[in-house]
Design a protein around this ligand. Structure first.
Ligand code: SF4
Length: 510
């Protein structure tokens, strides 16, 4: 049996996942933009961390990079033998720092991010783009230690991870950007279990597919990439869609064979929203509470500023006063609706090479009307971004923070049970609410947009747009970003109009 480090950790999450990976890899879910973006970030952070231990020799394993914003990085599996040979040669020749040091011993395969000689022993450094040491990293490094200890004297095991408190000020300081956590003792604690674990994996792989049912392990520590395959039997809607029900309670129902809403026993404790989910699914009709919608509409004053930010996050800050993974606003869309039904659209999308904040503030303070309500969908996000902008631009902090006093949240009439449609399926996200209220309306269909159809796409694609060399592709992505953000605020205008119609105060948009 050949077992790599990633296969070992996959098996720790679920034996069946490894069995499927080895036997039916084609049934894996296709990685989404987020997963691909995480790979790219991990690779970039790994390269940067080498500056902590410079002048090492890298065992090259990358064979392809198209230089695009979402470039794929592929391992050349046929080259592994050469990588192992090169690692051995480097160690023999006295090299003391090796990146991606590669070993295969007794069928166990590992690549060590950084292998550093420390006197007579070697230290293992695992680089992670996360901001904390997660428990799964200990298993990951313990497996590396277990394999390497067969051929090398080892000293310490470390996780190099991003320090979320780092704030860039001038040149990037890698010693401040990274934390190095000594996990040697934690790894030592794991080592005695490893031979048994490997034996169990070997015997599992030599048999038929293990019978393992779905559970919390399908999403933790990672979302399993056989999720779709294993969840095929779950109907929609199901108990797993019940709004804010604890995962444990959902699986309790599932383990009793309760899957559809119609199976749920009458004595089950449910919240008011959960009861609405079930009753509207049965009747196939929306629930409407006119007084709650009227109350919400009464809080809104013209001109109404329907407003939405898009943000990006970067593990490695590019600009001064930027922290790792800080939400950096780079775009907004604004529809301003007047009492007579006239509606004006304004937008801002920054350049991809410079700090967006100052120019965004300039435009935003000019564009948002000086009076009237600012409507956001899930306002906590927009208000938090404005608070961050106020910290960044202290001279305009008062002006910025005064915007936050004018926000009203369009999610409120839905969350407060003023309107519930069975097609919400337990989600009040605008991506659920909009198609339920406007089915078959192409103008309001996010799926009809180009390369960017949700906030996650916008975030991941913009964060890497400065790396994309093809000017035409960059231009096309910028147009897609504008179309996407514009739809977010137009959707709010249409939802508001629909709510007016429901309470008998229709408004014609001009
Ligand atoms: S989806 Fe769940 S049960 Fe299926 S292989 Fe993955 S972790 Fe195992």
């Amino acid at each position: 049996m050949t077992l790599s480090k990633s296969q070992y950790t996959r098996a720790l999450q679920c034996h069946k996942s490894l069995w499927l990976y080895k036997n039916t890899p084609s049934t894996q879910d296709t990685p989404d933009t987020k997963t691909q973006s995480n790979y790219d970030t991990g690779y970039m952070v790994g390269e940067l961390a080498r500056q902590l231990y410079p002048d090492g020799v890298a065992i090259e394993f990358l064979t392809e990079s198209d230089g695009s914003a979402t470039a794929s990085l592929h391992k050349d599996s046929s080259n592994f033998a050469g990588m192992i040979t090169k690692t051995t040669e480097l160690i023999k020749s006295g090299k003391e720092i090796i990146y991606e040091a590669t070993f295969k011993i007794d069928g166990l395969f590992v690549m060590v991010d950084m292998l550093v000689k420390n006197g007579d022993v070697w230290d293992i450094y695992e680089v992670k783009s996360a901001t904390t040491v997660k428990s799964q990293y200990i298993d990951d490094v313990a497996f590396q230690w277990f394999v390497l200890s067969k051929v090398l004297p080892l000293g310490g095991a470390f996780v190099v991870h991003i320090d979320s408190d780092y704030t860039r000020d001038g040149r990037l300081d890698v010693r401040e950007l990274f934390n190095i956590a000594n996990i040697t003792a934690l790894v030592a604690f794991k080592l005695p279990q490893i031979p048994q674990t490997i034996g169990d994996i070997a015997s599992m792989l030599s048999g038929d597919m293990p019978h393992i049912d779905i559970g919390g392990h399908c999403s933790s520590p990672y979302r399993c990439d056989f999720y779709t395959t294993c969840h095929r039997h779950i109907p929609s809607p199901s108990v797993f869609d019940l709004y804010r029900m604890r995962s444990k309670d959902k699986f309790d129902l599932y383990s009793r064979g309760i899957l559809s809403y119609s199976d749920i026993p009458d004595d089950t404790r449910l919240s008011e929203i959960q009861k609405l989910q079930i009753s509207t699914t049965m009747t196939k009709k929306p629930h409407i509470d006119i007084s709650k919608i009227r109350q919400f509409i009464g809080d809104i004053e013209f001109p109404i500023n329907f407003f939405d930010f898009e943000t990006f996050q970067e593990a490695v800050p590019r600009f001064d006063d930027q922290r790792p993974y800080m939400q950096m606003p780079f775009q907004y869309s604004l529809h301003i609706l007047q009492e007579d039904g006239s509606c004006e659209h304004k937008e801002f999308l920054c350049g991809e090479y410079s700090d967006p904040r100052s120019e965004l503030i300039d435009n935003m303070l000019l564009d948002i009307s000086s009076s009237g309500t600012i409507v956001a969908y899930n306002q906590g996000f927009e208000k938090r971004i404005i608070r961050e902008l106020a910290k960044h631009d202290k001279a305009r902090a008062t002006q910025l923070l005064s915007l936050n006093d004018r926000f009203v949240d369009l999610i409120k009439p839905f969350r407060s049970r003023g309107y519930y449609h069975p097609a919400f399926n337990g989600s009040f996200s605008i991506k659920s609410v909009l198609p339920a209220m406007f089915p078959d309306d192409d103008e309001l269909d996010y799926k009809k947009l180009g390369s960017i159809q949700n906030g996650g796409d916008a975030m991941d694609i913009f964060a890497k747009l400065h790396l994309l060399k093809d000017k035409n592709k960059r231009k096309a992505i910028r147009l897609d970003l504008i179309a996407y953000c514009k739809l977010d605020t137009w959707a709010m205008v249409k939802i508001y109009q629909k709510l007016l119609q429901i309470i008998g105060r229709p408004m014609r948009l001009l």
